[in-house]
Design a protein around this ligand. Structure first.
Ligand SMILES: C[S@@+](CC[C@H](N)C(=O)[O-])C[C@H]1O[C@@H](n2cnc3c(N)ncnc32)[C@H](O)[C@@H]1O
Length: 289
């Protein structure tokens, strides 16, 4: 009897270990909700780039250069990088000599953003960071010349809804650049990682054309697409013109060190490091430091 109990206990512990490994290591908390995902990125923000080991040349070749070329007809293009992490895409883009635009980086992990600010300090005058959830982008429709979201859709509760949100803020004729998880771990990410043909169909179901999905890294496909519609306008616009209140979607006005909703009065402070604080998860993340 004791042996059976021991065996069952060991089996239970092994199953629990496997479950935790799946949920926390492979899925990085994706099925446990955004708070857990954010907590994990907050914890690992300082070592994130050591784990990823980005090769600057590859970043330029696969991200910075093609995006710069896609935007070359727009004078001073405006780019939004959703789930910007430690500022990988802003860096790749702003290092391109031919890119003269501005970038807004948005993320839900305050500590990832703190790292991003530190790692992109030399581009501070062309870069703004916003602390907010990708599911509710605080921007007007049809705003950006390019919207990017790399290696992040699978960590959101509903990747389709986030993709729709990325396309909403992209202006007609604007470029979408995003990723889909592939490789050995993708099979352990049901409803977050998709077979390539299904991912292509998901993109094509949105108001997008020229959809191209190609193998990029061992774990990711890279997807390019263009928003359908008559291209108009484009280029940089002042923040109060494009920012929207995440609570009521009305416009914000700039005060000394905050943005305030002209309708509901909510205040969104600009932190000491320049990050605009819109997210609600105060306890799971950093407050002013
Ligand atoms: C694997 S990292 C990718 C970061 C960056 N795009 C890159 O390629 O290095 C995933 C990022 O997604 C962010 N993230 C996860 N869920 C999010 C959400 N709901 N809204 C905004 N950012 C989110 C995390 O905080 C993390 O910085």
């Amino acid at each position: 009897m004791n042996w059976i109990a021991l065996l069952l206990t060991i089996l239970g512990l092994v199953l629990l270990g496997l479950l935790l490994y799946w949920q926390l290591i492979i899925a990085e908390g994706a099925y446990l909700g955004p708070r857990v995902v954010v907590l994990m990125y907050d914890w690992s923000a300082r070592i994130y780039e050591r784990i990823k080991r980005y090769v600057p040349g590859d970043e330029q070749w696969f991200l910075g250069l093609p995006l710069t070329r896609a935007l070359e007809l727009i004078p001073v293009p405006l780019v939004l990088d959703v789930a910007t992490g430690t500022g990988r895409l802003p860096r790749a883009l702003l290092r391109q000599p031919a890119f003269d635009g501005r970038v807004i980086g948005l993320d839900l992990s305050r500590r990832m953003l703190r790292e991003a600010v530190r790692r992109t300090a030399q581009f501070a005058d062309r870069l703004t960071y916003v602390w907010q959830d990708a599911r509710n982008l605080p921007f007007d429709d049809d705003t950006f010349d390019a919207v990017t979201c790399l290696e992040a859709l699978e960590f959101t509760p509903d990747p389709r809804a986030v993709m729709a949100e990325l396309v909403r803020v992209l202006r007609p004729g604007g470029v979408l650049l995003t990723t889909n998880r592939v490789g050995p771990d993708a099979r352990f990410l049901p409803k977050r990682a998709f077979p390539r043909d299904e991912f292509e169909r998901m993109l094509s179901a949105l108001p997008l054309e020229d959809v191209k999905v190609r193998r990029w890294q061992q774990d990711y496909d890279l997807a390019w697409a263009v928003k359908i519609g008559e291209p108009r306008g484009g280029g940089i616009r002042p923040l109060p013109e494009i920012l929207r209140c995440p609570a009521c979607t009305d416009r914000l006005s700039r005060e000394a060190d905050l943005f305030r909703c002209i309708s509901c009065g909510r205040a969104y402070p600009i932190d000491k490091d320049g990050v605009i604080k819109m997210a609600r998860f105060e306890r799971a993340t950093l407050t002013s430091s």
